[in-house]
Design a protein around this ligand. Structure first.
Ligand code: BGP
Length: 459
């Protein structure tokens, strides 16, 4: 049997905007998602918008029981900034009551809550002022963070600032997938920089309000693998790692941006506006732990005919189509569990072996009702296989000394996925959209329960 370290956290991750529903009710103001769905519903799969999502706002008590039913000992979700502080300043008492009861209920079921502050859900009032493009967003986020620590710090001891901060940078300011769908590399860098400073200032507030607690950040990790050992391909790998991995991981853990990244940004005339105190703030506010969301690697090669200075990241590294790749056809993402080991070793060797956990890993599959058995249970053996393969490599990394303390899958109950709505399902529980969001456990949920019980599994 492959055994995991004592007190290993087994769980699932989710987020407020993807699960709560009640998106414009109970005092919550609009996020960019509510606004975008209202103005451009055609962008969203099957007209599925953010209003209802999986209705945890009403079902959280039953859902906390469901967490216990499949043995989870930890869960990650987020607070909606727009629910807690609808105008950015005034506390919404209904939100405080809801989150307090929800977090208490999680704990009552023997599950440790890890609470995140931002999961792509920018308040619309702030976006109207320029969102992360403005320095004002840093202070606004720090205020929100401080408020959340004060209101819920007695119920939650593990906190994270951002989920995948690079996603709102890329999707919002380079590739058009998230509002405001601007395409501008320089703005993207500025947005990334302000996000980094917002994270930093939130950590600072945390140390003041909850000196006994632990705080981290959740990053999407797509380790780069170069086509060849040639200098040009290796240069592309370096650029990709600097922009996509080290841009947040280095400051979060080491307290400063990599010199090579600063030089790369400068060479390409992308240097953002900064403030004199930022360097010191970063140095003084490193994290206690890191969460890494791993789904797929990044295959890179030297770019062909790159613009100089770069207009897009593709001018710094090209996408390499690895002929041997294995793909999840529903999501179009490569399946490469080996990277889990590489990431574990990277954390050990390059990041001081800081405590870290796999904060998301999972497989989205469309039309899962194809796999319903006669008892109405989804037989998602593909998902079990996916988790096992990844856990195998994670286990190997831990055996070699990587300080990994947990594994959380995406996700607990099927949830709403941004522009993809409910097309691909990831949950341990199926959500029946035609039947008031009724849930039923999948085979993977029962498999996971056994894994948690045994703190490991047999291949
Ligand atoms: C991660 C996000 C999640 C979730 C997941 C699955 O990047 O943190 O919010 O959505 O990916 O991806 P998707 O929903 O796009 O299939």
């Amino acid at each position: 049997m492959k055994k995991f370290p004592t007190n290993f956290l087994w769980g699932a991750a989710m987020s407020a905007p993807q699960t709560e529903g009640h998106s414009l009710l109970n005092g919550k103001s609009a996020s960019t998602w509510d606004h975008w769905f209202e103005t451009n519903p055609e962008k969203f799969n099957a007209n599925q918008g953010p209003a209802d999502t999986s209705n945890i706002y009403e079902l959280y008590k039953e859902d906390c029981q469901r967490m216990e039913d499949i043995g989870l000992n930890s869960i990650r979700t987020s607070i909606a900034w727009t629910r807690l502080l609808p105008d950015g300043k005034t506390l919404n008492p209904e939100a405080v009551a809801f989150y307090r009861d929800y977090f208490q209920e999680i704990r009552n079921h023997g599950v440790e809550p890890i609470i995140n502050l931002f999961h792509f859900d920018m308040p619309m009032w702030l976006m109207e002022k320029g969102g992360w493009e403005t320095r004002e967003s840093v202070d606004a986020f720090a205020f929100y963070a401080k408020t959340a620590f004060e209101q819920f710090g007695d119920l939650v001891s593990k906190w994270t600032t951002f989920n995948e901060p690079l996603v709102h940078v890329e999707c919002g300011y380079l590739f058009g997938y998230h509002y405001p769908a601007i395409v501008d590399f320089k703005k993207a860098v500025q947005v990334g920089y302000h996000t980094l400073m917002a994270h930093t200032c939130a950590v600072k507030a945390f140390r003041e309000v909850l000196p006994q607690g632990e705080i981290g950040i959740i990053l999407n990790i797509s380790p780069a693998y170069a086509r060849s050992e040639s200098d040009a391909d290796q240069q592309a790998k370096l650029a990709s790692d600097l922009l996509n991995t080290r841009s947040f991981l280095d400051p979060a853990v080491h307290g400063h941006l990599p010199e090579e990244l600063i030089a790369l940004i400068k060479e390409n005339e992308l240097t953002p506006e900064t403030q004199a105190e930022d360097t010191q703030l970063m140095a003084e506010n490193t994290v206690d732990f890191i969460g890494l969301n791993y789904y797929q690697p990044r295959r890179v090669q030297a770019p062909t005919n790159p613009a100089k200075p770069a207009k897009m990241p593709s001018d710094l590294y090209g996408a390499y189509d690895w002929p041997e790749k294995r793909i999840n056809p529903y999501r179009g993402w490569e399946i490469y569990p080996e990277a889990m080991y590489d990431v574990a070793i990277m954390m050990k060797n390059d990041y001081k072996n800081i405590p870290w956990f796999v904060s998301e890993n999972g497989m989205g599959v469309a039309d899962e009702e194809r796999f319903l058995d006669e008892n109405g249970m989804i037989q998602d053996d593909y998902r079990i296989e996916f988790m096992k393969e990844h856990l195998d490599y994670l286990h190997q990394g831990i055996q070699e000394g990587s300080n990994c303390f947990g594994y959380q899958t995406w996700t607990f109950v099927d949830c709403w996925s941004w522009l993809n709505g409910y097309r691909n399902r990831y949950g341990f529980y199926r959500v029946d959209l035609d039947n008031q969001f009724q849930r039923s456990v999948k085979k993977s949920g029962l498999w996971f329960k056994q894994v948690v019980q045994d703190n490991g599994y047999t291949n």
